[in-house]
Design a binder for this molecule. Structure first.
Ligand code: NDP
Length: 272
């Protein structure tokens, strides 16, 4: 019988994870099946228990269950522990290992796929929600000169500064204080693009040769990437690469094989 994996969320029908892991397992010749599980919002624990009873070996966890997944893990990787959120579970008998592969996926996309070195750079992270929190430590590990965090609810950005200051040079900054500042990399980790909105970023924040990265992906350029383009930025990237790279990290955790990602990124782009 093939080994059983799934992505669990609510909603989950839009998830590209079954497509991505289907490609990875085909490519790597793995005998596994991968499905999408829609769990009721108050039914995460029961859904995980049912999945285990059916012999499930690993789960990807998406909105809104990343905190609950953190809570049920009996063991955590360092990066999951720092993020206080889990997007990958490995089920090992009674034990549950929780990991967070989002940050590693983002960093791999930026450095390996886009060829952008983070070392010594000025980086602005826009947003302080779950996605932002998960990428801070992996970004700081690449030793940027500074990692500034701007958020609509300013207290959340200050909270992240306090929590992560032991990992590197991280500072909270208000949107209004961004005037006159320049960054080599600006990452949009807000959900503003989902509503067709742009965070209140001032003109002139992009340094020469900078990269604008939106974690959101979909058809065409997001409002943030359109803004960057108007500002003359040549390096524009959406979150498809991050999505595929975080999936590859999960696959590695489960199967011990690092799948090729470039063909899968290309496939998703041609499906968009
Ligand atoms: P959360 O709901 O946890 O956080 C949303 C963040 O966006 C908050 O910081 C919020 O600010 C901010 N925000 C929302 N609307 C606006 C606005 N109009 N102007 C300014 N700021 C705004 O969401 P997540 O962190 O989970 O997800 C954020 C984005 O990242 C989503 O687009 C998601 O699709 C994407 N993502 C992509 C992944 C990938 O693999 N490519 C993986 C994970 C996420 P406030 O605190 O003030 O409410």
């Amino acid at each position: 019988m093939p080994d059983y994996y799934a992505v669990i969320g609510n909603p989950v029908a839009h998830s590209k994870s079954p497509l991505i892991h289907g490609e990875f397992s085909r490519q790597a010749g793995q005998d596994m099946r991968y499905e999408a599980i829609l769990a009721p919002r108050d039914g995460f624990l029961a859904a995980v228990a049912g999945f285990r009873q059916h012999g499930g070996k690993g789960l990807n966890v998406t909105v809104p269950f990343k905190l609950e997944a953190f809570g049920i893990s009996t063991r955590l990787t360092g990066r999951a522990s720092a993020a206080q959120a889990v997007n990958t579970l490995v089920l090992e008998g009674e034990a549950i290992l929780g990991d967070n592969t989002d940050g590693a996926g983002l960093v791999r996309d930026i450095t390996d796929n886009l060829g952008f070195s983070l070392s010594g750079k000025r980086v602005l992270l826009v947003g302080a929600g779950g996605a932002a929190r998960g990428v801070i430590v992996p970004l700081l590990e690449r030793e940027p000169r500074i990692l500034a965090i701007a958020n609509r609810t300013r207290e959340k950005a200050h909270d992240l500064q306090r929590r992560f200051s032991g990992f590197g040079n991280v500072v909270a900054i208000d949107y209004t204080d961004l005037h006159g500042e320049r960054f080599d990399l600006v990452i949009n980790a807000t959900s503003a693009s989902l509503a067709g909105e742009l965070p209140p970023l001032p003109a002139g924040i992009f340094a020469a040769g900078s990269l604008a990265y939106d974690m959101m992906y979909g058809n065409g350029h997001t409002p943030f990437l359109q803004f960057a383009k108007r500002e003359g930025v040549a390096g524009l990237a959406d979150g498809v690469g991050m999505l595929v790279e975080q999936a590859a990290e999960s696959f590695f955790l489960w199967r011990g094989i690092r799948p090729r990602t470039d063909t899968v990124i290309e496939m998703l782009r041609s499906h968009a």
